[in-house]
Structure formats: structure tokens, C-alpha cells
Design a protein around this ligand. Sequence first.
Ligand code: MV4
Length: 588
Amino acid sequence: MFSKVLIANRGEIAVRVIRACRELAISSVAVYSELDRDALHVRLADEAYALGGQTAAESYLNTGAILDAIERSRAEAVHPGYGFFSENADFARSITERGVTFIGPPPEAIEVMGDKISARLAAERVGVSGVPGTTDLIEDPQQVRDFGAEYGYPVAIKAAYGGGGRGMKVVADADSVEAALESARREAAAYFGRDECYLEKYLTRPRHVEIQVLADTHGNCVYVGDRDCSAQRRHQKLIEEAPAPGIPAEIRKAMGEAAVSVAAGCNYVSAGTVEFLYEADRYYYLEMNTRLQVEHPVTEMVSGLDLVEQQLRIAAGEELAFGQDDIELSGHAIECRLNAEDPAGGRFLPSPGKISKLHSPGGFGTRWDGGYETDDEVSQYYDNLVGKLVVWGHDRDAAIRRMIRALEETDIQGISTTIPADLAVLRHPDFASVQHSTKWVEEVLDLSDATSEPASPPTDEDGKDLERRDVDVEVNGKRYTVSVWVPRQVPASTGGPTGAVRRPRRGSSTGTSAAISGSGTVTVPMQGTIVKLLVAEGDSVEAGEAVCVLEAMKMENNINAEVAGTVKEIKVSAGDSVGSGDVVCVIE
Ligand code: MV4
């Protein structure tokens, strides 16, 4: 086994890996950006090295800086976590060339699965089929119309080098083909640097079911059950569970065996996930994720296996200590992702900032995988996952009840979180009866009452920040909790790491000002990038007409004019990075 491992990541997954290392007596090495100098993963690791920089590109994606940290720390292996370098074959090769082990699959497997067409072909070769579609690149919009005429609409246009929902466009009819293809290509080029697209029949109400696999370097490969991740919005998962409920045992077994065939077929090693869409008692291979996933804990809770420990053992060359028949699943596990976002009636607005209080729940069957503690800051520059709440119950109903209890016990202040949305899902009869699909949160769930504490603290009449204090009082022998708003406590020492990096506060992210006031000043509701301007100065626009396309939260969003009029002034151009409240244009 390794004696020292570097974790090329941050947040809860870095913490998760550090914990596994400690249990195996492996020394852990953290790396950190300027903003993360004092972050939880840095505090918990045995050693930590600065990468410099603030944005992900300057820090956790800076190959040179990470290679330096590897060399200085003399780490023998690197765990990439998820995101960042986890599915980057070049990074895996560049550390392997230096004699350092990549805790993950071989670069060749990453490459096969990174290209969605070759991933489809790899599955077809071992007899596992995907949704009806083509493995040819789209050269001409006419191909899409021909496919639609033959298989019927809707049709999905997908980025060949895409993933996570980016670059996928659904085409409702022949008239929408050209615009959808253009948008798919633009998204694909912006994200993946390549705009090749292919076609599939679009399934309208599928569930997202995925299979966890483990493969060692001795040719053994097993599946560790399935997970359902259908409760998601805009390709961001909200809630995951294991096992996938309501699927006949023989279908689950067939999917597990199909997943092992796909993994073995590409000489896979380490933990991986094979994704399927499941609709009307049929399953269709979608893609394979060649990394440890965010939702891996639900599989751990029902299998008793520590997947990070298994990754470390596999990377060290050990043989799996169990076979398929030794894997027994028991009970039901649910995970809720707690993101620093205000559900805001379904808009899910980012809510970065300082966490003034973080109390995680405890109790039987309750696990908290967090990346932050009280007084830590959630930066706008990184993924805003604060932590994951995971529960186990003897069956699904017990797990749902336990999760509701645990969420109600969680107390996070200073930032908004997705807890109200999680509760809305868990309390819904459609979720209880497994009537939901991947479109359900967006199309059926009513989130109009789901909102969380404001991102910006309330202020008094002088504009000073106030914070909520809950005070316990006793009235006639009965205990009450009374909330009072008092001036925010300013720490005695100024400056220091946290003080130095605190960003200036922009307008409240909860008040989509233009949307509420119907003003002529069109602003963006969240941080993102302007992809395209749809109007020019002097153009007349209708109320509700889109003025620009904003890429935010991994999706293209239209930003609409609230009032009709003439575009007087445009304040942004394509390619600009914008923040919540920034003005796009003024309409008079
Ligand atoms: C689909 C689909 C329906 N039909 N493909 C979205 C992310 C990307 N990995 C594949 N995705 C989908 N592909 C066909 N032919 C529906 C989705 C999809 C989805 C898939 C998994 C989890 C959540 C999803 C949410 C919306 C759409």
C-alpha cells in the first residue's frame, strides 16, 4: 500500500479521500488555491502545498503547479476526486510518466469513454445497446430531419465530446432542427473545444439508473449494485438513492452484468459508473463515467464497501478480496446534495458567501460528508456543494423518513442551501411512489414555496449587516425560541486569509431585480458568461423577448427583456464574464 497520497481536489471529496487515507495509515497531501488556504481539506490533511491562483484554471487545473506539489511532497500516488483532472487522460499520463500512480482508470479507458460516439461503439461491441440512434457525426441538418421522419420526434442532438448534459439539445420538430443544431454546436465548442454532434431518439420520461463497478488489475470486475439519480434539475442531481427502486430483480441483474461487460470491454480498472436510461421496463446504455462519483456514498451504505479504500487498494495492485457473489446489498440509502444555492422557486440561484453557522445532523444511520465548517467561505469560483447528507434505512420509506428528520435537524446559516428543495422532493407522493423521472423536478414539482435564508444578511437602517440570533426563553414554564436580529459581530482581527479573500458583495442574488420590477434595465440573475447577444443598440424589443444568451450553471439561459421598448445601451459583449445583478442593456 502507498505511504503517501496527494489529493488533487478540494471540498468534500478531498475530505472524503483524506479520511480514507487516514484509516489506512496513508499520509495525505492536500493542495490549495489562494482562496482555500484555510479550507477544511487543508486543515485535515497531513501536509498541504499552495497552488496559487483563485479560479479553478489557475489552481486545481494547473498541471505545472500540481506536478510541483507531487514532486515536493514525494507523494507516490494521486487521487483526483471527481471533476478537475479526474477524467483527463493527459494528466493521468503526465503523472504516470513521472513514476506516480494515478488512482483511477488507465488513460486509454478514459479516452474511449470521453468520446461519446466511441463509448457507444465500445458498448455495442460487447452487445450492450444504447437508445436508438446513430454513431455518425451530423454533417447536415437534413440528416436530423431524416432521422426524425424515420424514428419520430423528439430527437436528441448530443455533443460527441460532451457530458453532464452540456451540448445536448432536444428537437421537437423538423422546423427546430437548424436552431437546435447551431446551439448544440456552440455549447459543445465552448465547453469541449470541439463541435461534433450525433443523434439519438429522445426518451421523454426516463429514469436515470447507474451501476457502480469495481475492476482490479488482475482481470476481476464486479458490479456493486445500482443507484437512481432521477431527482435532478438542469443536469444537477439533487437526490440519489440505492438501490434503484421499483425495478425487477432480473432487470437489475442484467444491467449489472451489462455494466461489467462494458467495463471489462475497455480494460477498465478502478471504480467506475455505467449510466443507463430506464423507461417502460427497458434499459438503454448511456455512457460510462470513469471516476468516483459524487453519489458513491449511497452504494457504500447499502454494500458496506468503502469505495475509496477499494480504489486505493486497486491502484496499489491488490486483487479484489471478494467476488460478485460475495456482494450483498442491504436496506436503502438516500443522499441529498446540499448546495449553496437558493432554490428560489425553482431558479436555483448560486449563494456563495461565509457560512456563519453549520450544524450537521447525527443519529442512527446518518452520515455527513462535508467540505466546510462554521465560518468557512463558499467561493463563487468553485462548485458550490457544501456537503452531502446520506442516510440508511431498513427500507426506502424508513430512509425517506430519516432523511427528512436529518434535514430538519441541519442548521446552515449565512448562505442559502438546497434543503427546501430536497424536502419538497422527499415529501412528495410522486417520489414516495417512484412516479418521478429525470424531468419531474423541472416539470412537475412545485417549488414556488421553496426558498432559503437570503444570501445577503439583512441590514439595519444604517446599512449595517444584521445577523439572526435564536434565543431560548421560558414563558410560564414552557420553552420558546425567539429570533432577534442583532448587528453582525466583526472579528477583532482584520485581514488574515479569510479577510483577504472576501469578495465585495454584489446586489442580492435573490432579487432578480428586472424580473420583479419590470424595469428597462435588464440584469443577469446569476454569475455566468455571455454566450451571444441577440439584440443591437437601436433594436426594438417586445416584453419577454430574449436579449442575450447567458451560460450559467452548465446551461444556456435566455435573458429576457421585461418591458417593450428600444435598446438604448448594451453594456456587455459575447464572451464577458458577468455576476449577479450586472446590467446587460437598458431599454427605453
Ligand atoms: C438522453 C435523454 C433522453 N433520451 N438521451 C442528459 C445528460 C447526458 N449524460 C445524457 N442525458 C440525457 N440523454 C436520450 N436519447 C435524457 C437525458 C437526460 C438526463 C439523463 C440522465 C440524468 C438526467 C437527465 C436529465 C435530463 C435529460
